[in-house]
Design a protein around this ligand. Structure first.
Ligand code: FES
Ligand code: FES
Length: 167
C-alpha cells in the first residue's frame, strides 16, 4: 500500500487484517496516536483520513491505501503547538494526557471545517455533542469544552475575516 502520512508518502506491505492504529504506531513509529479500548468506544486513537475523523483501531491499514492520513504528530511544526493544542493547553484540559491526542484530532477536524467556512459546532451543547465520542477518565470535560470553544471561535473568526477580505 501507498499512503500519505502527515504529508510524507509511505509505501509498505501490510497484512490485510492490520489495523491503521497498529500500522501507524508499530510500523511507522507514530506512537502519539493512543490505543485505549481498541474497539471504537474511547476515541483515543482518532486520526484524520482524507480530512475526516476515523477511529484508527477500527479502520484497517489497507483502507488508507491511496489516501491521506493525518496524526497528531502532523498538525504542527516540531516544537510548536497548533492553535487547537494551544487552546487546550491554556484551558487546562489535560491531566494524565492519555486521551488528549484523540481530543486534539477530533477538535482539529472541526477546526479545519471552521477555517474553511464549512459548518462547525458553535454552541457548547453542539461542541459537547461532537466530542461525545471521546472519553476522558481523569480531567473532566469542562476545560476540554472550554478549549474547543476557544479554538473553534478563533478559527471561525479567521474564516470570517478571510471571507470579508476577499470581498
Ligand atoms: S482505541 Fe480506538 S476508540 Fe478506543
Ligand atoms: S486527561 Fe487522563 S484520560 Fe483524559
Amino acid at each position: 500500500m501507498t499512503v500519505t502520512v502527515n504529508g510524507a508518502v509511505r509505501t509498505a506491505t501490510v497484512e490485510p487484517r492490520r489495523t491503521l492504529a497498529d500500522f501507524l504506531r508499530q510500523d511507522l513509529g507514530l506512537t502519539a496516536t493512543h490505543l485505549g479500548c481498541e474497539h471504537g468506544v474511547c476515541g483515543a486513537c482518532t486520526v484524520l483520513l482524507d480530512g475526516d475523523t476515523v477511529r484508527s483501531c477500527l479502520a484497517l491499514a489497507v483502507h488508507a491505501d491511496g489516501h491521506e492520513v493525518t496524526t497528531v504528530e502532523g498538525i504542527a511544526e516540531p516544537g510548536e503547538m497548533h492553535p487547537v493544542q494551544s487552546a487546550l493547553w491554556e484551558s487546562g484540559a489535560f491531566q494524565c494526557g492519555f486521551c488528549t491526542p484523540g481530543f486534539v484530532m477530533t477538535i482539529y477536524g472541526l477546526e479545519q471545517d471552521a477555517r474553511a467556512g464549512r459548518p462547525c459546532p458553535r454552541s457548547r451543547t453542539e461542541i459537547r455533542e461532537e466530542l461525545s465520542g471521546n472519553i476522558c477518565r481523569c480531567s473532566g470535560y469542562q476545560a476540554i469544552v472550554d478549549g474547543a470553544e476557544a479554538a473553534l471561535t478563533a478559527a471561525t473568526a479567521t474564516a470570517t475575516t478571510t471571507t470579508e477580505g476577499a470581498r
